[in-house]
Design a protein around this ligand. Sequence first.
Ligand code: SF4
Length: 346
Amino acid sequence: MEDWQKQNTEALTSAEQLQYRPELEGNGVEKVISTYPMRISPHLVAQIQRADDPLGRQFIPHLDELSPSSATRDDPLDEERLSPVPNLVQRYRKRVLLLTTSSCFAYCRFCTRKRRIGHHQHRVTWGELGCALDYIGADSSINEVIISGGDPLTMSDRLLQEVLERLRSIPHVKILRLGSRAPVVMPARITLQLCKLLQRFEPLYFLTHINHPAELSVETLAACRMLVEAGITLVNQTVLLRGVNDDAVILQELFERMLQARIRPYYLHQMDLTSGTEHFRTRLEDGIELMGGLRRELSGLAIPHYVVDLPGGHGKIPLVPEYVEALGPCARLRAADGTVVDYPNV
Ligand code: SF4
């Protein structure tokens, strides 16, 4: 058994286990996890100081998850409706999402797929994966596959290799994207062997998920460095979370430090309208204002797209502060510092 596999068996999954670290005890953990399971990896257990710190809020269950809300749904992006075969979501003609597993090394309390994550009835079988891969092979308009889950790196190297080989054997699939939170929650999963495996399937973009500077531990940065040095491009998605990172200073530090670690900030996601996550949601105005501040302070390379994934499966759209005051022969454009500048527009 590899080190990461052993660590994975030591994850905290019950309220009883949390009692050994009283400072981590959350509000109503036992009640919450009968609906939404808990999993906290040993690496996170070592990093979290308190239940209400930026990491504790993301991973320790809270009674707020059970508060009813009429604005939220179990499947706000209509992924089940957009699945032509199980575990494959096709929202766009040329890109599909392949849900390889319903497991993760740790369960984020704000997860869009909390209806599936950690629930045994959503276990993905090899037979189902085979059907999804056949579907991709039969639709020549698909040129990009986003390998997701759950966390695809919970699969063994052998299984992951099989999935990647099947995908690479499909001539029309040009680009692979692999989304994983492993560098943050289980950095031991990023082994030299894994890096060598991923290298073989380029162009493969590794999509990290980092929300707060506190997630950039020494181990996480070392794991990202290994991937980068193996020639794998890292791009990141961040979820805007109330009480965790909805703050200009925190986001600036996060994006600057990621860029230094050679991780390109790609998306800043507005929280999806997912049941059990209402307490994390920010207002759209707040996100737009934060983006205006980032534009003033950061290099363009460090600025992600702020996007909202529209309910009902309508896809993502970018939200940007208003920079265009007027168009026409003499356009009026608003600078990041608020000055309105005339712009000859011929
Ligand atoms: S790692 Fe991703 S899929 Fe897993 S719980 Fe977190 S957000 Fe959800």
